[in-house]
Design a binder for this molecule. Structure first.
Ligand code: DHB
Ligand code: FE
Length: 280
């Protein structure tokens, strides 16, 4: 049987990918950002997942305003890194476990979560940067990856509660797949940031820290937070944090926090990262 053993929360700041791709991670500005991922890379080697279920958001790369799926599940055999304006990132192609992805699509829809099925999709920094920080720069990604794109770019984004409940349905889907697979689920994006208009540059470390604390200890309460609080406290792009609830919903009620990293600044945002292991 496939099992979800752990969850990873991780920012996707595009400049982190650029720092890796251009070899400047040792510079004073970037060093502390990457230092916090050293333990994570060791943990990934140890955990050695067969499959990563990666919850992320597309930034008008695969989707523009002509089509806005709330939840889109990647069922294609592979996903090419997209050209986001400066050429595609020099990272490996992302390979799927298409049989498991199709099983999850069927299970979710029959479980009344009517996701969109993507049989073709390019992936942007929202997906590739979390893989890069967790794995470094391998020739091939060491795990297969099933992407779930969540709309947090165009109003209305899904609620934290809907994301949390979807996480539970994803767990039911994965745990009803009859192949011995170690699955780690990623919730990505955030943390607090606003890229536009009068509050551009907003970062709220107290709010971020409290979010990380409650993710471990009060996940249900945290998932009830209304959108307006993300916007007010964590900025317009802080709403990306709802994706972390999908990850948390897929884990046990009680988890072990094995690693946390928080650093300000990185580009226009705070870098937040957490690793949670299931106890069962
Ligand atoms: C930045 C952060 C993001 O989440 C993003 O998608 C683009 C840019 C930034 O901090 O610059
Ligand atoms: Fe973003």
């Amino acid at each position: 049987m496939a099992r979800i053993t752990a969850g990873v929360g991780c920012s996707h700041v595009p400049a982190i990918g650029v720092a890796m791709d251009t070899g400047i991670t040792e510079q004073d500005y970037w060093k502390p950002v990457f230092a916090g991922f050293e333990k994570s890379r060791e943990w990934m080697k140890e955990a050695n997942p067969d499959v990563i279920f990666l919850v992320y958001n597309d930034h008008c790369t695969a989707f523009d305003s002509s089509i806005i799926p709330t939840f889109a599940l990647g069922c294609a055999p592979e996903f090419q890194p997209a050209d986001e304006g400066w050429g595609p990132r020099p990272v490996p192609v992302v390979k799927n476990h298409p049989v498991l992805a199709s099983h999850i699509a069927q299970s979710l829809i029959l479980d009344e979560f009517d996701i969109t099925i993507m049989n073709e999709m390019e992936v942007d920094h929202g997906l590739t940067v979390p893989l890069s920080v967790m794995y470094g720069q391998p020739e091939e990604w060491p795990a297969l990856v099933i992407p779930l794109a969540v709309n947090v770019v165009m109003y209305p984004a899904p609620t934290g509660n809907r994301c949390f409940q979807l996480g539970k349905a994803i767990r039911r889907a994965i745990e009803s797949f009859d192949e011995d697979l170690n699955v780690v689920i990623f919730g990505t994006g955030g943390m607090s940031h606003q890229l536009q208009y009068k509050r551009a540059g907003l970062i709220n470390p107290e709010w971020d820290k409290s979010f990380l604390d409650r993710l471990t200890s009060d996940p249900v309460g945290l998932s009830q937070m209304p959108h307006v609080e993300y916007l007010r406290e964590a900025g317009s792009e802080g709403v990306e944090m709802v994706m972390w609830h999908v990850m948390r919903g897929a884990l046990d009620d009680e988890v072990t926090e094995v690693h946390r990293h928080y650093h300000v600044p990185a580009s226009n945002t705070a870098v937040g990262h957490i690793i949670l292991e299931n106890k069962t």
